[in-house]
Ligand binder design. Structure first.
Ligand code: FAD
Length: 355
């Protein structure tokens, strides 16, 4: 087998042609005219005006190369984690941090930050970036690294959390880590936030739970007295007689947390366990009602499909119109990620679950 493994053998020429097109297009933008990435589906909606730009977009939407020996991948900035994981898993590798939603892009997660259940070991997406090609406002494309002799090292460090304001990542080289085919998942229930937090701190410090290695860790709170840590360990084989669960059809992952203490998923299904029902938000669209779910195509149980509903609602104002007819106050939906120092987690959870 030849290394590195090229996913798209023509990618270098395609990529440099795309970079040229994107730089030329940037040069045509008038002062004051807004610049946006033509990302689809997009959290930040926008489209570039001509077909030339579309082909540039296409060329930065792939995982270009996977090098299993050095465990790195060269990836277009607008590549979704879904495509990236699909390219790396066949080699028994995955990105160090895979956000839960399939259509988050690598560039978006690095510049806008992200976090996932391996983050207690591997950090957030930008912490496993080795190098980036960044299109700056002047139209230059700079390759930036953290090397001490890199004249653009400051841009490498300033890029995370800059939300595209310092430039667009066109290509990133990222580290990968080895996977195993399955994940043994344990849902451990706690009766209080302080008990959950203490256990979480112990797992993070030791990397173990009851003497076994922990690869993944996340938590779900249903009420003050029903809180869970979900502990994931990659395994090479299933125990005799065990099958993997499938939460991409009728079964709903977050409900399994309350009903199962032990579970097994394929590594791919583990990574996208929250996407199928967009955590629990698919409920708002009726997708968790058995009668509706039976009819709902399995391939459309995905967070980006629910996003389209939200976008349509924003455009056509269905909810606003319904509220007006019902003489109810207008409501604004807010999705807010928060970060809390672990020492203050019990205080926050007690506050959040107070009735
Ligand atoms: C509903 C919701 C759920 C979320 N769930 C998770 C989750 O499960 N796990 C997690 O880790 N994070 C989650 N996030 C946070 C998410 O990772 C960040 O918001 C991330 O920035 C989104 O990336 P995106 O590719 O969707 O980019 P967008 O949302 O399209 O863009 C985000 C910002 O990044 C900029 N940007 C996008 N691509 C590039 C690029 N190539 N170069 C430079 N700038 C760029 C955009 O201009 C914009 O300012 C969630 C966010 C939301 C709104």
């Amino acid at each position: 087998m030849a290394f590195p493994l090229t996913v798209d053998s023509e990618w270098r020429s395609r990529y440099s042609a795309a970079v040229g097109r994107i730089s030329r297009q940037l040069a045509t933008i008038r002062p004051g005219q807004p610049v946006r990435l033509a990302k689809k589906p997009a959290t930040c909606l926008g489209s570039l005006p001509d077909p030339d730009a579309r082909s540039g977009r296409q060329s930065i939407q792939s995982c270009f190369e996977v090098d299993p020996i050095n465990r790195v991948a060269e990836v277009g900035g607008m590549t979704t984690y879904e495509d990236l994981v699909a390219a790396t898993l066949p080699y028994g590798l995955m990105p160090m941090c895979v956000p839960q939603l399939r259509t988050i892009t690598l560039g978006g997660a690095v510049t806008g930050l992200g976090i996932e259940s391996a983050s207690f070991r591997n950090g957030t997406p930008h912490e496993s970036v080795v190098a980036m090609d960044i299109l700056t406002g002047t139209g230059e494309v700079l390759t930036v690294t953290n090397k001490s002799d890199d004249p653009h090292r400051d841009l490498f460090y300033a890029f995370p959390n800059s939300y595209g304001s310092l430039g667009y990542a066109l290509k990133l080289t990222i580290e990968l880590e080895p996977t195993k085919p399955f994940v043994h998942v344990q849902h451990v229930r706690y009766a209080s936030a302080s008990a959950l937090t203490q256990s979480m701190q112990e797992i993070v410090a030791s990397g173990e739970f009851q003497g076994s290695r922990v690869d993944f860790l996340d938590g779900t709170v249903f009420s003050a007295s029903e809180q869970y840590l979900t502990i994931g360990t990659m395994v090479g084989e299933l125990p005799a007689g065990r099958a993997t669960s499938d939460y991409t059809g009728m079964a709903i992952y977050y409900r399994s947390i309350q009903t199962l203490t032990n579970d097994y998923l394929t590594i791919g299904d583990y990574l996208w366990r929250w996407d199928t029902d967009w955590f629990w938000c698919s409920r708002a669209f009726g997708a968790q009602l058995p009668a509706v779910r039976t009819l709902w195509p399995k391939s459309k149980l995905r967070s980006d499909v629910y996003w389209k509903f939200i976008a349509a609602n924003r455009k056509f104002k269905f909810a606003e119109k319904l509220a007006a007819i019902q003489r109810k106050p207008q409501r604004e939906s807010v999705v807010q990620d928060i970060e809390i120092p672990v020492e203050r987690l019990p205080e926050f959870l007690d506050f959040s679950t107070r009735k």
